[in-house]
Design a binder for this molecule. Structure first.
Ligand code: NAD
Ligand code: MG
Length: 332
């Protein structure tokens, strides 16, 4: 397979961002990290965050004078939308589209609203994505340590001829070119991101852990033991895979564990499971999942809230909370 091209420090020019006012909309996980990293890279930044709530207070504590979205957009040459994905379409219609300067840069950290046409930008705008592959606190902490979280960039509209260079420059300003930058498209980033979180990271993993736990408990084993075996140790295994792939993990576990992996893994993830994965991907690509999520928000999240409550009531959550309260090295 051909290797994808990676971009590093020397491939990006911060000078492209001089004399541009960058509005960061939303001071949440990504927003606070982007705003602070951009400022520390010497750039001119305005923060928009609605008053009330922890993030507004945090913005003030961090030295910003947060303004409304409309106000920030009016002043900006570059608007980065770091609001929750499910509210971006509405905020675009009401506060961004009427106020954004002609020829400005419009950017995102995730492609959802462009891919699923909740935002249809006018043709004068450069439309790009800079998506760090990590949560905001890591994006900030790595930058402070002169390191950087890898980023994806994408260009949806190159109205003014320099869209990709601008995306690279922004990635550099938040530390991304230290970790390495990879080019993608809005469609690829959105579809693979949704697939990953649904099939592997969140949907798949949570049900795998819980099903293993419940199987042991129903068979009469102590819930505390089941918790350690099916949840606690996930992190130890994932850390090994993260550091050195499956091979490093297999070198580190016992040969008995490795033999069990080969005997039983494919009995859990079967051909039927793979067929279901393809169907989930189809639902993502067709927009069925996105439409469901947008409708769920319009209806004030009846399904979402019910599921969240049910998960919180699971035995594994109660057992886990009790055991973790004595594991003093686990950060609160
Ligand atoms: P977040 O929920 O942490 O922060 C959003 C902020 O927007 C909050 O401070 C909230 O108060 C504010 N806000 C909400 N509605 C608003 C409104 N109407 N007007 C003004 N402010 C409003 O969101 P996040 O996780 O940082 O996600 C932002 C974007 O970054 C999303 O597109 C997401 O997909 C993307 N992203 C997130 C991560 C991550 O790790 N969290 C990683 C990569 C990309
Ligand atoms: Mg994701």
């Amino acid at each position: 397979m051909a290797e994808a091209k990676m971009y590093y420090e020397n491939d990006a020019d911060l000078n492209l961002l001089e004399n541009r006012t960058i509005a960061v909309l939303g001071y949440g996980s990504q927003g606070h990290a982007h705003a602070l990293n951009l400022k520390d890279s010497g750039l001119n930044v305005i923060v928009a965050q609605r008053p009330g709530g922890n993030n507004y207070n945090k913005a003030i504590e961090d030295g910003w004078k947060p303004v409304s979205v409309a106000e920030a957009v009016k002043q900006a040459d570059w608007v980065n939308i770091l609001l929750p994905d499910e509210v971006q379409g509405k905020v675009w219609q009401e506060d961004i589209k009427p106020n954004i300067k002609k020829g400005a840069v419009l950017s995102f950290a995730h492609g959802f609203n462009i891919r699923f046409k909740q935002i249809i930008p006018t043709s004068d705008l450069d439309v790009i994505m800079i998506a760090p592959k990590g949560p905001g606190h890591l994006v900030r902490r790595q930058y402070e340590e002169n390191k950087g979280v890898p980023c994806l960039i994408a260009v949806e509209q190159n109205a003014n001829g320099k869209a990709k260079d601008l995306a690279l420059a922004y990635a550099k300003a938040i530390g991304g070119t230290i970790g390495g930058v990879l080019e993608t498209t809005f469609a690829e980033e959105t579809e693979t991101d949704l697939f990953g979180e649904q099939v592997v990271l969140c949907g798949g993993l949570v049900e795998l852990i819980n099903s293993g736990f419940e199987t042991l408990v129903e068979a009469g084993y102590q819930p505390e033991i089941a918790y350690f075996e099916c949840l606690h140790e996930v992190k130890l295994i994932v850390d090994l895979i993260f550091e050195g792939g499956f091979s490093k993990m297999n070198c580190s576990i016992s040969d008995t564990a490795e033999y069990g992996e080969y005997v039983s893994g494919k009995r859990i993830i079967t051909e039927d499971t793979r067929k279901e994965m393809k169907k989930i991907l189809d639902d993502i690509r067709s927009g069925k999942f996105a439409n469901g999520w947008l409708k769920e928000n319009k209806d004030s999240r009846p399904f979402f809230n019910k599921e969240r409550k049910e998960v919180s009531k699971r035995t594994i959550e109660k057992v886990g909370a009790r055991l973790r309260s004595k594991m003093l090295w686990i950060k609160k």
